[in-house]
Design a protein around this ligand. Structure first.
Ligand SMILES: Cc1cc2nc3c(=O)[nH]c(=O)nc-3n(C[C@H](O)[C@H](O)[C@H](O)COP(=O)(O)OP(=O)(O)OC[C@H]3O[C@@H](n4cnc5c(N)ncnc54)[C@H](O)[C@@H]3O)c2cc1C
Length: 474
């Protein structure tokens, strides 16, 4: 049997697995990043609130609070190198009743404990000066200047593309069914044959409990918690400057209104415990619940056109903290139950994993010639390739717009289907370019894009539309 052999295999190519692969790619190791899906970042990591959290409200002295803080700093550091768009718009947490008002000093104290020291308590007057469109009745608030918005699509793509360019093998469409321990190595029985490794890193998100059980542990169960969102048209963007936050509860950070780096406005998420780990549908109840909460927070928002809706599933467990376990005896690291903050903490988690590898007998020798892959910008507040006369001068196809809502050029579509980590279907093209994610949701450009990809890039219409693999939705 010719099994592929690696020092380390990362199971799960969400933002967490991709960040770990990115970190490991900097060293002389034989690493594979493996996922059931044909693309990275295509499950929970593509469907969140896209907020880069400071960690001000995390439960202090938890793994999560430490790693969100570390991840936030590292994300900022790498953003300029990898081209991760960030807007430090700040958060404004609002107290709507007396009980919430009296809790504000405690939130500021908690933030200080978490190392976030720049919060300011705001009077009702200053709350309305900062956000004039808020409903009447706010009793006060807290400003959190560091809360930022970013692109949830670009982060896993940037991490994974850099990893692949530096030698990490991307094993797409590879589902892990079973894990056998053979002497000192793991043999992963997958949908594409046996994969052999010395150390297994479980970053399988909603299925991290199942992988943990395959390794002989039984310590947590993932119960999906659905979060639904409404995306408002870009006309709504001028209504707010900050991320408008409620006072968080133990269960959830609550429903927020946030600008996006693409120039839209998000309302959400809900928090509903469900059974089915694959059910990321939106519901009438969820959306109407959001609309009535949104009306109470900012009535003018509800007069704005809606572009789309979506839902993501948090990998909640019976424990509120991350399920991070280092098992040198079992040559196994579990990074499960990364519930509501995983994009912010991803690079913090990756660093924590790298720091513990010597305990697993791994020698970390830096890889000579390592290069960071800089992503093409898809955020509205920074220059898009189709707006750059210099780029159009070099490559005229940057000037040929294919998606008019999001100003995506022919060259960007072609690039999305090529390179070290090409899109495999329309969803992948959306996440790499923003094409088909604007006002018309692809009504005017989708047929043209399918044509471009199938004619120029030899991708079949079936694979583009996700029909080759029923798990992949176009
Ligand atoms: C509604 C909502 C709002 C959120 N808002 C924010 C926010 O604003 N900021 C923030 O930082 N975080 C936010 N989060 C949290 C963040 O999105 C998650 O913590 C993060 O995406 C988790 O990433 P992951 O890599 O652990 O999991 P995933 O993205 O789910 O990746 C896991 C991968 O493992 C693969 N996999 C599973 N089982 C197997 C198997 N047997 N074989 C092979 N592959 C397998 C899956 O296919 C998947 O690709 C939010 C989450 C939700 C749901």
């Amino acid at each position: 049997m010719n099994a592929k052999q690696y020092d380390i295999v990362v199971v799960g190519a969400g933002v967490v697995g991709c960040a770990i692969a990115f970190e490991l790619s900097r060293f002389n190791l034989r690493v594979a990043l493996l996922d059931s899906r044909s693309d990275v970042g295509s499950v929970t990591s593509k469907a969140n609130s896209a907020i880069l959290h400071t960690g001000f409200d995390a439960t202090s002295d938890t793994i999560e609070s430490a790693l969100v803080r570390k991840g936030y700093q590292r994300f900022h550091h790498w953003s300029s190198i990898l081209g991760l768009p960030i807007e430090k718009v700040g958060g404004l947490l609002i107290a709507w009743d007396e009980e919430q008002l009296v809790s504000l000093p405690g939130i500021v104290e908690k933030a200080k404990k978490n190392g976030v020291t720049d919060l300011t308590v705001e009077s009702p007057e200053s709350v309305y000066a900062l956000e004039p469109q808020l409903s009447p009745g706010a009793l006060g608030g807290i400003r959190i200047p560091g809360e930022s918005i970013t692109c949830t699509f670009t982060a896993p793509l940037a991490f994974a593309t850099t990893a692949v360019r530096n030698g990490v093998e991307w094993l797409k469409g590879t589902h892990v069914h079973r894990v056998h321990k053979m002497d000192t190595r793991h043999q992963l029985q997958t949908s594409r044959g046996i994969v052999d490794c010395r150390i297994l890193i479980n970053a399988a998100g909603l299925f991290s409990d199942e992988i943990d059980r395959m390794l002989g542990f039984d310590r947590f169960t993932v119960s999906p918690r659905k979060g639904e969102f409404v995306v408002f048209d870009k006309r709504a963007r001028s209504l707010l400057s900050h991320i408008i936050l409620p006072v968080p509860t133990k269960k959830t950070k609550g429903v927020l209104i946030a600008p996006t780096v693409y120039g839209n406005v998000l309302l959400g998420p809900t928090a509903d415990n469900i059974q089915d780990k694959s059910d990321s549908s939106t519901t009438v109840e969820g959306l109407s619940n959001l609309m009535s909460k949104g009306t109470r927070l900012m009535p003018a928002l509800l007069k704005m056109p809606i572009t789309t809706t979506y839902a993501g599933l948090r990998a909640a467990t019976e424990n509120s903290d991350y399920q991070l376990f280092f098992e040198p005896q079992a040559s196994y690291i579990c990074v499960g139950g990364v519930r509501s903050t995983g994009m912010s903490s991803s690079l913090g988690i990756a660093e924590a994993v790298r720091e513990r590898l010597p305990d697993f007998g791994i020698t970390l020798e830096p890889k000579p010639g390592w290069i960071a892959h800089r992503m093409s910008n898809i955020a509205e507040s920074f220059e898009r390739p189709s707006q750059s006369s210099e780029r159009i001068g070099l490559h005229p196809e940057y000037g040929r717009i294919v998606c008019h809502c999001e100003q995506v050029s022919l060259r960007e579509i072609k690039q999305a289907c090529s390179g070290p980590l090409p899109a495999t279907n329309l969803d992948g093209i959306r996440r790499r370019t923003r094409a088909m994610l604007g006002r018309c949701q692809g009504f005017y450009c989708m047929a043209n894009i399918v044509d471009i990809c199938s004619n120029n890039l030899e991708m079949s219409a079936e694979s583009l539309l996700g029909m080759a693999d029923p798990k992949e939705k176009a």
